[in-house]
Design a binder for this molecule. Structure first.
Ligand code: ZN
Ligand code: ZN
Length: 373
């Protein structure tokens, strides 16, 4: 239940911006239930429960938060309390949805955070049948996409922590061990290096490397395997790490080694392209073009990257068709790969921040294929 350490000033300024965007989009209110948007806006890392906790940000009028009586101490102790957001508590026999409707009056349109449980969406609809419901995701993303200095520090700290785990990976990879055994050791290290939660551990060896979202299996590592290791966790402040390196146990063969060199160059081309004003799609395109020119385009079967912050996958998405221009402070992964079904795969992933002059690469582990004996 640790809160993000947001100052009251930051909470107030984020809420003010939500209010302004809501007004701009003709919304009467933005309603936010426990999840990453709530944590971002007011620093309250509330556990999503069946009992309704709901931040109400009206376009005009006072922000308030409906909280179950039992959760009031936690809400009051969070930065929301420090920022003076009034708490409307409800008891076990009260109807919190009616309390929301009373607080809002006769509104015509409300935006709901994208992670809200369907149960709550429908009960809000029943309590306010006149109010058109829309998604708040795009609105809140406009804030969350562009990180402030403290958030960039948080992502830098997270990246350094996962880099330390990658530095230890060669000592864990040996022919004869299973992916699962290696994955368990990596998970322990993710926690030992300062994360509070292991979000995912991918140890994809040999043919398993051809599936980008393979996790771990009982496959035994073999001499000549390429091993894709994609790992990430959540730090105490809620910010996430996500980094991929590809390793080889002994010689992975000429075809793989040549393709890996092309991938390494493609990843660098995408990273070096990052600067304010270029589109998300163009960051994808420069790396993809390089892989295509080498005949590997068909093997690069996913987008180049995703934003990262309080969620591992968030806006902006670095994908074909996304013409959103990059803005200083955006943070996202650049993670091209190639995947040869039934044979092998590779991926290189760094978290990159858009700096005023160009890319700021947060992950510092070398990109060269690490061959473990
Ligand atoms: Zn990853
Ligand atoms: Zn990623």
């Amino acid at each position: 239940m640790a809160g993000t350490h947001l100052s009251p000033d930051i909470v107030r300024s984020r809420l003010e911006r939500v209010r302004a965007l809501a007004a701009e989009e003709g919304l009467d209110a933005v309603l936010v239930s426990p999840g990453p948007d709530l944590r971002y806006l007011i620093g309250y890392d509330a556990v999503p429960l069946e009992r309704l906790t709901l931040l109400i940000v009206p376009a005009a009028g006072e922000t308030q938060m409906v909280v179950p009586f039992l959760e009031e101490p936690a809400a009051a102790a969070s930065p929301a309390g420090g920022a003076g957001i009034p708490l409307v508590t409800w008891g076990e026999t009260d109807d919190p949805y009616a309390a929301v409707a009373r607080a809002l009056g006769s509104v015509a349109s409300v935006a709901l955070d994208n992670h809200m449980w369907a149960e709550k969406v429908l009960r809000l609809r029943d309590a306010m049948p006149q109010a058109e419901q829309r998604l708040a995701g795009a609105l809140v993303d406009r804030l969350r996409m562009v990180k402030d200095a403290a958030e960039i520090d948080a992502l830098t700290t997270a990246a350094a922590a996962i880099d330390r785990v990658h530095a230890a990976v060669p000592s864990l990879l040996r022919a004869g061990r299973t992916e699962r055994e290696v994955g368990a050791d990596i998970a322990d290290r993710i926690l030992a290096e300062g994360h509070v939660r292991v979000d995912f551990v991918i140890v994809a060896s040999g043919p398993n490397g051809a599936s980008p979202h393979h996790e771990v299996s009982d496959r035994v590592l073999q001499e000549g395997d390429a091993v894709v290791v994609d790992i990430g966790g959540t730090m105490p402040d809620g910010y996430r790490s996500d980094c991929t390196r590809t390793y080889a146990i002994g010689d992975p063969g000429e075809e793989f080694t040549a393709a890996y060199a092309t991938l390494q160059a493609a990843q660098q081309l995408s990273v070096q392209h990052v600067r304010p004003g270029v589109t998300c799609a163009s960051v994808d395109a420069v790396g993809r073009d390089h892989l295509e020119a080498a005949g590997l385009g068909d093997l690069f079967i996913h987008r180049t990257g995703h934003g990262i912050g309080l969620e591992t996958h968030e806006a902006p998405y670095i994908v074909q068709g996304n013409e959103l221009p990059l803005v200083e402070g955006m943070a996202f992964s650049v993670e091209p790969g190639f995947y040869r079904a039934g044979v092998h795969g590779a991926r290189i992933e760094d978290i990159v921040v858009v700096g005023a002059e160009g890319p700021i690469v947060l992950n510092r582990q070398p990109h060269d294929l690490v061959v473990v004996p």
